[in-house]
Structures are given as C-alpha cells and as structure tokens.
Design a binder for this molecule. Structure first.
Ligand code: CP
Length: 338
C-alpha cells in the first residue's frame, strides 16, 4: 500500500532542524538559481483567491528547477469544487474534492493550494477545510500557499532577517508584530504565521494590536507559547504602540480582522477606524533600535506604512518577496525527494 505523502501545511508540523535545513537550502538556491530537482515533474497551483507574488514565484521556481507549473482557478477556469462529504451536489459545485485531488495527483507531483477564509464564521474558517480536503484526498504532497496561515511567507521572512542580521541565530532579537489599519477586514493568516515563526526562532515577540479583540486565535497563541517554552524567547501582548516599538530590532506589519466580529464587520469597523494611527511611520520607527521593517505585500502605502518607511533602506519587503522564490524551491525540492 502506498504511504501517505508528507505535506507542507504549517511550519509547526516541521521540526526546527528541518526548517533550518530548508532555509539553508533556500539560501543556496539564492546563490545558484538553476537546478534539476523538478526535472520531468509538475506542480498544480490551485488558487481560490488572487495572487501576484505566490503565483509568479511558484511558476518561476518550478521552471528554474526544470519542472512545470499548471495554474487553476476553480469556479473560473476549472470546475467549482465540493468539499463536504455526503452532500447531494445539486447546487453550484460540479465535482468533489475526492475526485479533484485524486485526479490532480495522477497528473502532478505536488499540489499548491490558496484558499482564504470566507470571513463569516471563524469557527468554520479555522477548520481550514479546503486545504485539509486537498491533503486528505491527495496522494502527492500538498503545499499551503496561504489559507489561515502562510508558511511560505514565514520562511521568506526569516531568510530576509537572517540575511540582514548576518546570522541564522535570531534569538534575543526584539520583534514587534503590529496590526495596522486597512479599510477592509483582512485574513489573519500572515499574523498567525509571523507569530508562529518569530517565536519558533526564539525572538522576544510583542503582538501589538488595538484591543484584546484583535489577539489572534487560541491555536496560534498556544503554538507561540509552546515555541517560547522550547526556543527560549518571550511573548507579550501590547496595545501601546510607543511602548512596543521602543528598542525593537524588527517591526513586521499586517492588518487583520478581529475574530469576535467575523460576520459582523460593520461593528468591527468602528474599532478599526479609530486605530488608523497604528500606521507604521518614521516617528514610530525612530523609537526602534534602528529596526528593520517588513510586510508580506501587497501593502497600501500611507495606510499601513508611510512612503518614507517603505522607501527606507531598513525596509525588507522586496527582499522578503524575492525570498519566496528561493524558499519555495527548497520546499518543492524537499517534498519531491521524500
Ligand atoms: N505575499 C503574498 O502571498 O502575495 P500574493 O498575495 O500576491 O501572492
């Protein structure tokens, strides 16, 4: 009987030694672009949501390793997919994930999935049913390209920090994950991921957000607490920007919707609108330890961060985006050689 493939759904499923090896391999791919690790192989990239970086970096990365990428957008250029078991499929969906994942596994060696939450009921979204459905029914490795976490962004972010600080050991760095204003409630995925990986690397992490309602889901707070216990860093929650920024080595920004308000966003909007001053600006960055700034992108300038912050030499956002290419090549190469 064929053994179940190992997927890349979350960094938390991978040991610290394995993550370190992936980061080292990514750095090697950054030095030497091309390889044949995916020669004769294919990856199917399934996008339920838009993308600039993820799509481009996976497609280019597969090409650079001798492989081929196929991009599908279910409901647009591919059939709408049903994820529930036992459903009488007399609605809008045309085929079940059992057949979709089964068939794609016969064509491709890897499957990437991007599926954002529906933003109506977090208790439903937190089950990550689309990603879990692909993982359950696929006989090839599945890669999370952002659902309720964004593990590829995590690795790219950490590689950018390691490069900037000139060391793979980030322990002791003061790291601020700051909520920022955005006119719409956004996915918590990158915030969940930043909290997870920053604590995993042993940094002293502060989660800065407007009110206690913006604290992240208990699963990710628990992962962070577990990581702190194992890696020796620390975790604090702050609602005071000046206190959080003071002495920071790293400021990572993201906007997200408050979980208690899923499905009631008009009520959350009043809180969000009252915290536009959480923008990352020169005055706040001046409080840091000449800290670096980064963001996963896309970013609305002068809403989440000012032009001056984005154009500063301390901004790593473009470097981090480039690193998506390198870390994803490392992950794809590792998964096909299992
Ligand atoms: N950071 C990121 O995943 O970018 P895209 O949404 O453009 O893929």
């Amino acid at each position: 009987m064929q053994s179940a493939p190992r997927h890349f759904l979350n960094t938390q499923d991978w040991s610290r030694a394995e993550l370190d090896a992936l980061l080292a391999r990514a750095a090697a791919f950054k030095r030497n672009t091309f390889g044949d690790e995916l020669k004769g192989r294919a990856i199917t990239l399934v996008f339920f949501n838009p993308s600039l970086r993820t799509r481009t970096s996976f497609e280019v990365g597969a090409f650079q390793l001798g492989g081929h990428a196929v991009v599908l957008a279910p409901g647009k250029d591919a059939w709408p997919i049903e994820f529930n078991l036992g459903t009488v499929m007399d609605g809008d969906t045309e085929e079940h994930i059992a057949e979709v994942a089964g068939v794609l596994s016969r064509y491709a060696d890897l499957i990437g999935v991007r599926a954002f939450p529906k933003f109506q009921d977090w208790s439903v979204d937190r089950e990550d049913a689309v990603l879990r459905g692909f993982a359950k029914y696929s006989s090839v490795p599945v890669i999370n390209m952002e659902t309720i976490t964004h593990p590829m962004q995590e690795l790219a972010h950490i590689l950018a920090l390691q490069e900037r600080f000139g060391t793979s050991d980030l322990r002791g760095k003061k790291y601020v994950l700051t909520w920022t204003y955005h006119p719409k409630p956004l996915n918590t995925a990158v915030a969940n991921s930043a909290l997870t990986i920053a604590t995993r690397m042993g940094m002293d992490v502060t989660l800065l957000c407007p009110t206690p309602e913006y604290v992240l889901d208990a699963r990710y707070m628990q992962w962070a607490a577990q990581n702190v216990a194992e890696s020796g860093g620390s975790l604090a929650i702050s609602h005071d920007p000046a206190a959080a920024y003071r002495g920071a080595d790293v400021v990572y920004a993201k906007s997200w919707g408050a979980i208690p308000y899923f499905g009631r966003w008009e009520r959350e909007k009043t809180i969000r609108d009252a915290h536009k001053h959480f923008i990352v600006d020169e005055a706040k960055m001046a409080l840091t330890n000449n800290g670096v700034f980064s963001h996963c992108l896309p970013l609305r300038r002068n809403v989440k961060a000012t032009d001056a912050v984005m154009d500063s030499p301390n901004c790593l956002a473009i470097e981090e985006a480039e690193n998506r290419l390198h870390v994803q090549k490392a992950v794809m190469a590792a998964l096909v050689s299992q």
